[in-house]
Design a protein around this ligand. Structure first.
Ligand SMILES: Cc1cc2nc3c(=O)[nH]c(=O)nc-3n(C[C@H](O)[C@H](O)[C@H](O)COP(=O)(O)OP(=O)(O)OC[C@H]3O[C@@H](n4cnc5c(N)ncnc54)[C@H](O)[C@@H]3O)c2cc1C
Length: 261
């Protein structure tokens, strides 16, 4: 490891100020950033830890919306997001206990790994990503693999999830990494069903609009019988071919609808 400066501010304003310096980078739980630094794929001159900012931590439900602080760990979401059981369940299956004790929802959404679980929940829930400067709708936030609408130095301070009538997340585990080989989050709201798929596409997390249309007519797994996603844009690697992932999208969506229904 090379030398770098480390600061741990206690307010968002102090963190924003520290991140204004050249080559400074936010540190959430460090579950992605620290291994990346060890491999010399990132070399910030200053790490600005967000873990001392009390205002960025915690889970609360009010008026049908679950709000999670950007610095809240997966373990805390698993334990405290009972108002949105499918989300708590998703958090409880991220990685292993060490990852869940350190990794944060803000870090996960900022990183936007194409196989991460939270992006599918945020997109399927029509969540709002709250930053130190603005609020971004999930539909506008995810912009491809490891790419988001965040600007340099912008901090995710909270995420707001409208609580659905029914929801479920199904993850086909990649056993070595514990990330999703394919994960599907289905959420049913009074104004319609949303289906978001992670792990599968070369474009990152995406909404499966044909499945949403079919499920809006009939919220049953049989409604998806004739639907398939095209393999062309799927990820193909040593863990699974494009065709395998395309097939899994259908299977996991049906399972999610069955479990939610
Ligand atoms: C063994 C292992 C298994 C895992 N399994 C899964 C899994 O099954 N599913 C899954 O979804 N994830 C999984 N992860 C990833 C895990 O969820 C991490 O929490 C996630 O990668 C990043 O969160 P973090 O808080 O550790 O962020 P960090 O590693 O600290 O930071 C990641 C990036 O986000 C930025 N950042 C951090 N916080 C913020 C913020 N609040 N605002 C703006 N930018 C910010 C950092 O600058 C950095 O660019 C796994 C990780 C490991 C190591």
């Amino acid at each position: 490891m090379y030398n770098f400066e480390f600061v741990k501010p206690s307010t968002v304003a102090e963190a924003v100020s520290a991140l204004g310096e050249e080559d400074a980078q936010a540190l959430g739980g460090g579950q992605t950033l620290l291994p990346t630094m060890k491999q010399r794929l990132a070399s910030p001159s200053k790490l600005v830890s967000l873990s001392g900012i009390a205002d960025m931590k915690g889970v609360s439900a009010d008026g049908g919306v679950l709000t999670i602080g950007g610095g809240t760990t997966h373990g805390t979401v698993a334990a405290e997001a009972g108002a949105y059981p499918a989300l708590a369940d998703l958090a409880s299956h991220i990685g292993d206990p060490a990852v869940r004790n350190r990794g944060t929802i803000g870090g996960s959404l900022a990183n936007n790994d194409p196989s991460a679980c939270y992006p599918s929940a945020a997109l399927a829930s029509g969540a709002t990503i709250v930053t130190n400067t603005r609020e971004i709708a999930a539909d506008d936030y995810f912009q491809g693999m490891f790419t988001t609408a965040l600007n340099e130095g912008e901090i995710i301070t909270a995420v707001k999830f409208p609580i659905p009538q029914a929801a479920n997340y199904q993850k086909f585990l990649q056993p070595a990494s514990r990330f999703a080989l394919v994960g599907v989050f289905v959420a049913k709201y009074a104004d319609g069903v949303r289906v978001a798929v992670t792990g599968a596409s070369e474009e990152g997390v995406f909404r499966w609009s044909e499945a949403e249309e079919a499920l809006n007519k009939e919220f049953r797994p049989d409604a998806l019988m004739d639907l398939k996603v095209a393999p062309a844009n799927m990820i193909g690697d040593l863990h699974g071919t494009k065709e395998y992932r395309a097939h899994l999208v259908g299977v996991m969506t049906k399972r999610a609808v069955t479990a939610a229904g």
